[in-house]
Design a protein around this ligand. Sequence first.
Ligand code: SF4
Ligand code: SF4
Length: 197
Amino acid sequence: MRELFIRDKNELYKKIKFYKTILYRNTKLVTNIDDEECKAIVEALNIKNRRKRIEFIYDYCCNKIDNYYSGKNICGFIGNKCVNQQSPNCTYKNGCCRLCIHQSEFGCKTKNLTCKLFYCSSVTKKHKVITFNDLKILKLFSLRQRLMVRDSFFSTREQIISDLYIGSIIIFGLRIAIREITSLIKLAKMKYIEKNA
Ligand code: SF4
Ligand code: SF4
């Protein structure tokens, strides 16, 4: 495998689209750029298996967001209720604005990048947040994949990764619709069991 040395950030961002093409399938990229996300981009480009690269990018983004907010409580959580959920009549919890099958007593059971990138104005008015555009590594995804990342609420990590791997907007739309319906049925069943227990 041949090696290609990347000297600076601009070169990397300018040529990122080329580096992910088949022309670089047998090329190992090497860099000494002193930037953690650039290093991650190069690492992702060196993963030649498509699904594994998607998983790497997805997990990198989730970890970057989690690390940035670690210990900050920008959503003003008291117990399992964020600042928007603390009125006595509000039944929502864990910061989720709708009922979702992936909620648990301890928060979200999965790793949903779309939900991690959602911020209401209570937060954005007061705090600097990580936005979609701050995650430069997402440039490694196609436009369709980036649209999916923006709109995959209420899905599991594995479902989103499969959607990104399939890469079709039509299949994505169908899968989201099926997921929503299945989720509503499961939630209704759970409520029924709870009520009649
Ligand atoms: S972004 Fe807003 S709604 Fe979401 S958890 Fe934070 S305060 Fe609550
Ligand atoms: S997937 Fe999103 S809406 Fe569902 S529990 Fe997790 S964070 Fe909340």
